[in-house]
Design a protein around this ligand. Sequence first.
Ligand code: ASC
Length: 150
Amino acid sequence: MKKMLLAAAAVAGLMTALPAAAQFAKPEDAIKYRKAAFSVMASHFSRIGAMVNGRAPFDAKAAAENAEIAALMSRLPYTAFVEGTDKGETKAKPEVWSEGDKFKAGATRMQEEMAKLNAAAKTGNLETIKAAFGPVGQSCKSCHDNFRKE
Ligand code: ASC
């Protein structure tokens, strides 16, 4: 178990240490990757949304599992916004790169709010989850408004 944890930590370390561009053979690969991560994240986030909004019955275990996956996914897309991936099958605006600091701050905010939602989901308390859900949605929307084409 300890070995597995060390191996996982080494891989995680490597993922942040490697230059992002080196992780993708082609620009299209980076675009596909980030879209896939956002798409899986949105799926699991909206399953929590359905419970929060009363469209689905509250299931604490499912909420916790969905939050765990959404939080993990939230950490993946941003290494894939490499230079040269502003063209092709993407809705990313040029501002992702020209206002990189602002984009990164928005990404960090979303990741932090998602981590809070994950912690909230572990309590199994619907009211706690509801309180943490809104700020995540706001952080999604804020980046869409500024950095995503219609
Ligand atoms: C979702 C989803 C988003 C956000 C956004 C919040 O469930 O897929 O992109 O919430 O709509 O404004």
